[in-house]
Design a protein. Structure first.
Length: 87
């Protein structure tokens, strides 16, 4: 992922804080998460498995992981965001 520290408080640390806030609200969304595999940090998936709390994908989808991601196509929004973060 991108740099965790940037001038002005941006970067993935800000994104992580926003995602953590949404996780704390535990707002599960209905939507295309049933049709796609989404990008989430591996450690977040492990934490979810241990805590039972949902994860938030790069695209903003909130859900409890529990299926084989290899059986579904990658979410185009997650892929686009991930590709931008790699640059």
């Amino acid at each position: 992922m991108a740099n965790d520290t940037q001038e002005g408080g941006g970067g993935t640390s800000t994104l992580d804080r926003e995602l953590e806030e949404l996780l704390n609200q535990e707002q599960l969304e209905e939507g295309d998460h049933e049709r796609f595999s989404h990008y989430v940090q591996k450690e977040k998936i492990l934490k979810s498995a241990l805590s039972g709390k949902p994860v938030i994908a790069l695209c903003g989808k909130v859900w409890l992981p529990g299926r084989d991601p290899e059986k579904f196509p990658v979410c185009p929004t997650c892929k686009e965001i991930y590709d931008k973060l790699k640059k």
